[in-house]
Design a protein around this ligand. Sequence first.
Ligand SMILES: *Cc1c(COP(=O)(O)O)cnc(C)c1O
Length: 412
Amino acid sequence: MLYYSTNHNSDRVDFKTALLRGLAPDGGLYMPESFPELRKTKGASQNFSETLAPFLDIPKTEIARIVDESFVFPVPSKKLFGEISILELFHGPTLSFKDFGARFMARAMNYYLQRKNEQLTIIVATSGDTGSAVASGFYGLSNIRVVVLYPSKRISELQEKQISTFGGNIAAVEVAGDFDDCQRLAKQALSDENLREEINLSSANSINIGRLLPQMFYYFKGFQSGASFVVPSGNFGNLTAGLFAKKIGLPVKKFIAAINENSVIPEFLATGKLIERKTRMTISNAMDVGKPSNWARITDLYQGDRLAMKKDLEAIAISEAETKKTISEVYKNYGYVVDPHTAVGVAAAFRQPPGEPKIVLATAHPAKFPKIVESAIGEKVNIPNALNEVLNKEKRSVLIKPDYPALKELLA
Ligand SMILES: *Cc1c(COP(=O)(O)O)cnc(C)c1O
């Protein structure tokens, strides 16, 4: 399989190159140039490594190993009421659906590096959450070292522990400065040609094609005959993976993108005008996106045809008030606790006419957002063991001044 850039100004590359690059040289996002349909006889029941095989230049046994080592947690489905069910994607180590993509991408990268006996250093600046997902995804891999830069005393204790208690191939660097200092230092390292001659350096890109492809997994796994999926969306990576699954043959009736008050896409689908707005802060903050990066992929998938898009895709914006109300009502009426992101999805599902099964993707565990959830349900949320364990572990980080020589010394 070859991958092209959504900016159509770079060469087509194989999966390995797209994976290790992240972004195409022209600044576009990589897209598979075709979507081979699954064999009808096997359909959705076939093994997921076989589903992925046409997209990767990796032997099937190795794909199977990478899938097994990546998806080491359950994906339970819970009936909420009537035709609405919830597919829980938050049982991975960092309690969000991003564990699927991050773990697979990390292991696929490690596979290629191992074969050539190469080492790679990934540098990431974080204001809290992305750092722990990347650190966790790459932890324990033989050929990749991760350096996480985080601002000293400006992230929560839990976030700090989730970054700094791994050890091994994960180096936590506490920067005596703010998040902007961390970002500046990471950029400086990535553009330092001298350093890059010494070590193989990369960033952990959230738009990497190596994250999207494995996310097809739970669409196949959670599918029910005739169902639509409701997908809480920000950058639309999760939804793009669903559209890929449909393209190769999963008979999904419709995708419903559930959006918070950053409602650029619902407006676009209604009017045809894509008006970028300043990002608004909401309680579903992982979806606070003013300009969804994966929209370029969806546009390419439909060759810009908005009416064709609307046959497969609907987008519904949910207000802050409705999100909070949904958390409390879902608890009161069904005894089920949803996090603010999943609540946006459930609210969108409630607005759908009856008729077919609706599967809401639960993107994060409610314990990640205790303040908001507890104030909405009036009770404490249960903290999973994994979170408690990490809080009891010893922090191991290196404190540096917010200047580049200090970081360079540490990297070289
Ligand atoms: C990242 C994230 C989203 C949005 O996913 P996209 O792929 O960016 O649309 C939704 N919910 C949670 C909890 C997230 O972390």
